[in-house]
Design a binder for this molecule. Structure first.
Ligand SMILES: *Cc1c(COP(=O)(O)O)cnc(C)c1O
Length: 408
């Protein structure tokens, strides 16, 4: 019964899949143009050691990211441990004591709570450093431009925007959805830095958000293409990157140091693969959405909605259904298929979280993964898939696990 359902869902997705293919083609052309402009050669893949002065692999990779994202400068480093680390570094670089950070897309992703010091204030958080914070919720799913302008203070230095929905029930923003708020803040306050958390959004649309001072994301999500083993990126204006680089290493030293004794090849190859891998992940999400719709569940986004990120959610309405689904995804994984995920406390998250992630790169969410905070309405957030064939297989396994548990 489940396999029939999946086949029927797949037939319904044909037109949406064609649009995904078209976006993959235009993103691939943009990435290839950057590789050719930077004259990438095998010599750029070589490992380096020590200070890493004149590390051409590192410097060329950073120029490549700047080109792909239409930015002036970039920081792309294996040593930046995660997206949260990159966002924290960016904020710490742009903000000084006494200044104010305004989030213009409502409350940020869970792990930013401790970075900023919103509800807790761990040692070193921005609040402890004398930075104040406020946010303006979205209005009808879009940045509330008059609300944002009204919330600016003389000491506001950074306006931050988040593209992906994170664990919130809202639609992911499209690159063009940032244009009005960026133009309005620029016109009112040219001194302000604009930062966009671009996690999960890269290569989902033809273009990336324009006009920000910093665009930030993780390399074990979209732009690493499933091959980058670790790392994160920040691309943006020279004005912003030249402040952030002081927090990457040391003031006065900045981007000039940093070696990597592994090969840079997976970062280059991962960026080249990323438009394709993101397309595979999107097709998996679209298929899942259609299958849920045929089961009279309410996936978000709907299968044929315009997508701004790779996340697919569906309300499971009970802990049993949520856990059964995640266990099915895990059982269909290439790695750790024998493990069975259980709800667990995670650093940086407020509720217990159940996570299915049988990935080659530990924790990589461009690989098929499913996670959920254990709170009403027991929403499963699934994302990623290195190949559509695997995504389809895993969906079939997970729905069958729910059926076998008697809770479909
Ligand atoms: C994943 C994510 C982050 C943080 O990334 P980590 O690499 O998990 O630290 C921040 N913001 C959003 C919207 C994300 O999806």
């Amino acid at each position: 019964m489940i396999s029939k359902l999946i086949e029927s869902a797949e037939r319904d997705c044909a037109a949406v899949f064609r649009e995904i293919d078209a976006i993959e083609e235009s993103c691939t052309a943009r990435v290839l143009a950057a590789f050719q402009k930077e004259r990438v050669g095998a010599r750029h893949f070589a490992p380096t050691t020590g200070y890493g002065y004149d590390d051409i692999g590192r410097d060329t990779l950073e120029r490549l990211f700047a080109d792909v994202f239409c930015a002036d400068a970039a920081i792309v480093r294996p040593h930046v441990a995660s997206g949260t680390h990159a966002l924290a570094m960016c904020l710490a670089g742009l903000l000084k004591p006494g200044e104010h950070l305004l989030y213009a897309t409502g409350k940020p992703y869970d792990t930013l709570d401790g970075v900023i010091g919103i509800s807790t204030c761990p040692p070193g958080c921005l609040r402890e450093m004398g930075v104040s914070y406020s946010d303006v919720p979205l209005a009808d799913g879009l940045p509330d431009v008059p609300g944002v302008l009204a919330a600016l203070r003389p000491e506001t230095r950074v306006v931050a925007l988040q593209r992906s929905r994170g664990y919130a029930s809202r639609r992911a923003l499209l690159p063009e959805d940032f244009d009005a708020v960026i133009a309005a803040v620029r016109a009112a306050r040219p001194d302000i830095f604009i930062m966009i958390d671009n996690c999960y959004g890269e290569f989902v649309r033809d273009s990336e958000p324009r006009g920000a001072d910093a665009l930030v994301g993780s390399l074990i999500k979209n732009p690493g293409g499933g091959l980058a083993p670790t790392g994160a990126y920040i691309v943006g204006t020279e004005r912003a990157i030249s402040r952030v680089e002081a927090r990457l290493t040391a003031p006065g030293v900045g981007r000039e140091v940093g070696s990597y004794a592994g090969s840079y090849r997976p970062f280059y190859q991962g960026l080249f693969m990323a438009p394709h891998t993101v397309a595979q992940a999107k097709k998996t999400a679209v298929l899942a959405a259609r299958a849920f719709e045929l089961l009279n569940m309410r996936p978000d986004p709907a299968f044929d909605a315009v997508r701004g990120d790779i996340i697919q959610s569906v309300d499971m309405h009970s802990p049993e259904r949520l856990v059964a689904f995640c266990q099915g995804i895990q059982a269909a994984s290439p790695v750790d298929s024998f493990a069975s995920p259980e709800p667990w406390d995670m650093p940086g998250y407020q509720n217990k979280v159940v996570m299915a992630a049988g990935t080659f790169v530990s924790g990589a969410s461009i690989e098929l993964s499913c996670d959920a905070p254990m709170r009403e309405p027991f929403t499963a957030y699934m994302q990623g898939a290195l190949t559509y064939a695997h995504g389809k297989f895993a969906l079939q396994t997970a729905l069958s696990a729910m059926e076998a548990a008697g809770c479909l």
